[in-house]
Design a protein around this ligand. Structure first.
Ligand code: GUN
Ligand code: FE
Length: 465
């Protein structure tokens, strides 16, 4: 494993800085500074290439990558429930409101036990990195100590993480065994986390950021919701919550408040440019305009939506309105930790919305034409767009951006990408990588230029440069 701070990497790079297009540099040099920021990208066709390569080599700062490998941006996962990792891939047989009561609140309540929290969180963070996720926006639980353990695990393993102590104090929707004891407990706990993260001695580079985290409107009293908005404003933090996720959640909010979900969050001051709304499947046109006017972001979680929303988020419509959308796994509402699965499902779900799903209907009646998106857009959403939603310079190979990246080796032993001579075009190969790669193919992962996961890729094969 090789840190690349202060080094120059040579290899094949692909990214999707702009929606709808991908860019591949078959052979390029990427220079990284001592803070892990990308300084310069120079392609083989650039007249400076040979000299830069020779200079880096003579300084001993050149890092070669195997000719069978591709360097991609790390994934940005915009929606994770870290304490739900133990039930990932199970417990999805109930609708959202019953799932919370029956499985999820009891599981999250266990995080009163800090040792349990440490064990789960350190495994989760390692597994996220090994799967190529380099930035993670995460809900923890209501517990202060356990939430600090998630911050610590992220810092120890080098994950770029945005972490929130969940606020949930409403007696109607939160059980006695898993509820903030009071408005003050919800607000003080949130403020304490902000302080913990910002003053953490291992967090000088601000790799971890605190997030104000009302679970969703049904979990929180009005007083807590407005207090949280005030904290987010005072400390200029990110905000994360769920919005318009299911029919039940929609109608519950409407009945309690008289407002639609997005409107209500806005009246409280919770729709800011640093807000990320998970799901948002049932946003109306007006809701979308409102979310857009506040420059808030959306975490599209297509796998989870198949279980809890029972509908497909109209991604294309949201993007046409200029909304900031990225992707999330929604661990464990979606049954996979992999952002690759989130990308695949993004394409699949959009195609099903486009063409429809009920074979009893005629093809003309079956779908919502114009909804389909392709893998290029999914790749953009999983990387650069996620960075834009969070207002972080990550997700693309651009000077000034953090070097958060994954090295995919198409020839890795145990890997699942099969390259034959007839799939040599860079776009086709990249599509195959994005659809077929598994962690065995991810030979190295970097966050801010630090090597944080992966097998030792071994000596470069020397065929490059
Ligand atoms: N709404 C409130 N809590 C949750 C949760 O944990 N997961 C999902 N998917 N939706 C929620
Ligand atoms: Fe969620």
């Amino acid at each position: 494993m090789t840190d690349v701070r202060g080094k120059t990497l040579v290899g094949r790079f692909s990214h999707a800085p702009v929606r709808g297009a991908v860019e591949t540099w078959t052979e390029a040099l990427v220079a990284i500074d001592h803070d892990g920021l990308l300084v310069e990208c120079v392609q083989r066709t650039d007249p400076r290439f040979d000299q830069m390569l020779a200079e880096a080599e003579s300084r001993g700062s050149l890092v070669r990558t195997p000719s069978t490998s591709w360097i991609l941006p790390g994934f940005v996962d915009l929606h994770i429930h870290a304490p739900q990792y133990p039930q990932l891939g199970s417990a999805l047989d109930l609708p959202l409101e019953q799932w919370l009561d029956h499985y999820t609140f009891p599981l999250e309540a266990r995080f009163a036990d800090v040792e349990y929290a440490e064990a789960v969180y350190s495994t989760l963070v390692a597994d996220l990195l090994a799967a190529g996720t380099t930035t993670a926006l995460m809900f923890a639980t209501i517990h202060q100590e356990a939430t600090r353990a998630l911050v610590d695990s992220s810092l120890d393993r080098g994950l770029r993480a945005l972490v929130g102590k969940v606020a949930a104090d409403d007696e109607q929707q939160c059980p006695d065994f898993y509820r903030d004891a009071s408005v003050a407990a919800a607000l003080d706990g949130t403020e304490a986390l902000i302080d913990y993260v910002r003053s953490h001695r291992k967090n000088q580079e601000k790799l971890v950021l605190p997030v104000v985290t009302p679970r969703f409107v049904p979990s929180c009293t009005d007083e807590t919701l407005s207090g949280l908005a005030a904290l987010a404003a005072r400390y200029d933090t990110h905000v994360q919550t769920h919005c318009s996720e299911s029919d039940w959640a929609e109608s519950y909010v409407q009945q309690r408040t008289g407002y639609r979900d997005a409107e209500y969050l806005d009246t409280l001051g919770l729709l800011t440019p640093k807000t990320v709304l998970a799901h948002s499947v049932f946003l109306s046109e007006t809701d979308m305009d409102l979310v857009g006017s506040r420059s808030s972001g959306i975490a599209h979680c297509p796998l989870s939506n198949a279980y809890f929303a029972n509908a497909v988020f109209p991604l294309r419509a949201a993007l046409r309105k200029g909304l900031h959308v990225g992707l999330g796994t929604d661990i464990s509402g979606g049954p996979s930790l992999s952002m690759r699965d989130a990308m695949t499902m993004t394409v699949t779900a959009s195609r099903m919305l486009d063409r429809g799903v009920d074979p009893a209907l005629s093809p003309e009646e079956r779908g919502r034409s114009g909804a389909a998106e392709d893998w290029r857009t999914a790749f953009h959403l999983a990387t650069a767009a996620g960075g834009e939603v969070l207002d972080l310079k990550v997700g693309a190979f651009v000077p000034g951006y953090a070097f958060d990246a994954q090295l995919i080796d198409t020839a890795a032993e145990g890997g699942t990408i099969r390259m034959f001579a007839d799939t040599a075009s860079s776009d086709a190969s990249l599509a195959k990588i994005l659809y077929n790669a598994t962690p065995a193919n991810i030979s190295e992962v970097w966050v801010a230029g630090r090597s944080v996961a992966g097998r030792d890729p071994g000596p470069a094969d020397g065929t490059r440069a």
